[in-house]
Design a protein around this ligand. Structure first.
Ligand SMILES: Cc1cc2nc3c(=O)[nH]c(=O)nc-3n(C[C@H](O)[C@H](O)[C@H](O)COP(=O)(O)OP(=O)(O)OC[C@H]3O[C@@H](n4cnc5c(N)ncnc54)[C@H](O)[C@@H]3O)c2cc1C
Length: 379
């Protein structure tokens, strides 16, 4: 189905980003997969090309492109090459905005230029070993000591956990109020800030997902974003945009999985004919084609609504729920139509299957999305 919300400048941006990926990412994917982490240098290259935080103000080095379609394009192109480790959307569309939105002038001047140049890689640390969906249940604390806070606790499953130079850490600031938390920017090298192992995962092999530990870390007051008790609200506020990036990537991932499957079933023969000619194959592919088109129209509309600041948390949750469930269905059918070869790592559909599964879990599980959507229905 033809999409009609991109204009010439978006198409040019897509061409430039695609050539960048083909030159600087695709040749290294296997090597990064084996290493369990992408090479730092690719972040700096992306920064030089203007692909990090393109929405940021020019005074910090951004291009002031305040149009979510550019973020959408990057999510789509990364999904199309099936690169889960080089998480530009996490850096640009999730972490960067916390600093731009809740940081003061001094903090923005201090951090944004390096972030935009790809010299300071970002992560956000909310999840803890005993609290994920229930963020208010986190145990990490930050105690006010006058000119600094003392941070204690640990986080788990943190994307960019090893590479990150600046980690936005959520921590409780008032024992009498479980929703009182602050967002603290913890910098590489701060005393008491330790990183654990690079966690072994089902998929996303090139992504460094790690545990982080904070033992009496002295965080200067200048590293607190916004209000020391407002962090929970800040997190909730940003999650809608994060969920939209998930949706953009999930539809593009489903499209890539469908394309890979279509190619395969046209080539592969069984019972003297291409498997594409079996009615079961054609019907499965037709169902996927239809569902992806429907999901794409909905996601594109969400992007345009978001540009006008009209995307509600409920509709962002619908987008994430529908598209990530669809992605998982499509990769599963894709593996099935590849037969045994679909289970082999050398086939793209196998990696797509492994990479997709997390999409229904992180940035809020499908069940949490249903909670958010149903809350909006005032049942
Ligand atoms: C690869 C990877 C990368 C990640 N990256 C980051 C990151 O960068 N930063 C970060 O902070 N976190 C990150 N996470 C954490 C992720 O967001 C959490 O894993 C997720 O929110 C779920 O939390 P949990 O794992 O504690 O599961 P739990 O909250 O323990 O949930 C377990 C099950 O219970 C269900 N459940 C929980 N509450 C309810 C409810 N109220 N109603 C119905 N069902 C419910 C859930 O849906 C799920 O099925 C990452 C995780 C992974 C695996």
């Amino acid at each position: 189905m033809l999409r009609n919300h991109f204009e010439t400048e978006h198409n040019l941006f897509r061409d430039a980003f695609r050539s960048f990926l083909n030159k600087e990412v695709v040749p290294h994917q296997e090597e990064w997969e084996d290493a369990g982490v992408v090479d730092r240098s690719v972040w700096r290259k992306a920064g030089e090309m203007g692909f990090l935080l393109p929405w940021a103000e020019e005074e910090y080095g951004g291009a002031a492109l305040k149009d979510f379609r550019y973020e959408q394009i990057m999510c789509e192109e990364l999904a199309a090459i099936n690169e889960p480790g080089f998480m530009i959307p996490l850096h640009s569309a999730l972490c960067g905005p916390y600093i731009a939105e809740y940081g003061n002038a001094e903090q923005k001047a201090r951090w944004l230029p390096g972030i935009i140049r790809g010299e300071s890689i970002l992560a956000v640390a909310m999840t803890e070993p005993s609290a994920g969906s229930d963020l208010a249940g986190m145990r990490t604390t930050a105690v006010d000591k006058g000119d600094h806070f003392v941070l204690n606790g640990s986080k788990v499953f943190i994307s960019n956990g090893l590479l990150a130079d600046l980690v936005i850490v959520a921590a409780k600031t008032d024992p009498s109020n479980k929703h009182a938390m602050g967002l603290f920017v913890v910098e590489r090298g701060m005393e008491g800030f330790e990183r654990g192992r690079n966690l072994k995962k089902l998929g996303m092999k090139s992504q460094d997902t790690a545990e982080l530990f904070f033992n009496d870390v002295k965080v200067p007051k200048e590293n607190l974003l916004g209000d020391a008790k407002g962090g929970f609200f800040y997190l909730m506020n940003m999650l809608a945009q994060e969920r939209l990036t998930n949706a953009c990537g999930a539809v593009a991932g489903a499209e890539a999985a469908l394309n890979a499957t279509v190619e395969y079933v046209k080539e592969r023969k069984a019972f003297d004919r291409p498997i594409a000619h079996f009615q079961n194959t054609r019907f499965k592919l037709a169902e996927m084609r239809t569902q992806i088109d429907v999901a794409q129209v909905f996601t594109d509309r969400c992007v345009m609504d978001h540009n006008q600041k009209k995307l509600t948390p409920e509709v962002a949750a619908e987008a994430k729920l529908f598209t990530t469930e669809l992605l998982c269905k499509v990769v599963d059918e894709g593996v099935q139509l590849h037969g045994g070869w679909g289970y082999m790592w050398e086939y793209p559909i196998c990696k797509m299957y492994a990479n997709a599964r997390i999409q229904r879990i992180f940035a809020g599980t499908s069940e949490i999305m249903k909670e958010i959507i149903s809350r909006g229905m005032k049942l």
